[in-house]
Design a protein around this ligand. Sequence first.
Ligand code: SF4
Length: 227
Amino acid sequence: MASTKYPSAVFDVAAELQTHYGDFNHYNLKNPLDELLFIICSTKTGEASYRSTYRSLKETFPTHHQIAEAPAEYIARPIVSGGLSNQKAKAIRNLLDIIVEKFGEPTLKPLRKMSNEDAEAFLLSLPGVGKKVARCVLMYSLGRQVFPVDTHCWRIARRLGWVRPTHKDKHCAPRDMDRLQSKIPPELRYSLHVNMISLGREICTPSHPRCDECPISALCPKTGVNE
Ligand code: SF4
């Protein structure tokens, strides 16, 4: 039964999207350090490209200890086809140094024993890790009921009228992520996140959403679609 704390539209949208897309996990990973490396590989590149660069990274460095001992220029080589390889390699190098210093080895498994707040705070302390990335690691790898707001979730939530941006340029500020997360019941966060990504890639695209084919068209006020 729907809790009165949350708008009923959220439950209806979640149910429709789950029926339509079936909670596809977008290839995310169960090990939190792998998930973090996977997300770094995915920065500013398409799905096929980042899946292949991540595979190549893992083939070159099959263990976390091997990648933790590699210089940035060696890390950059297997991920070159995904673009920004030097930048991504430096980010990986810096993250691993901090993680090893904190936990004594290249692992994020200690996060499993932390509260959501403490684990998120640790992830946010890593260079280049913002709320979206931290919450992806928490949700996909640690099974926490958080709601990472990526570009698809943000666009669709605005069109659904669930949230209004606090910034004039309409980008999603960290406080907007918190506001949106607070409107989604914890038990629906994973499902809504993965299914909104599927919807955003396929139908609710940035410039030409195909509302007539959308499974949640009847539930959507289409806020700002024609702006
Ligand atoms: S009805 Fe249109 S604007 Fe609303 S979610 Fe579907 S595609 Fe996006």
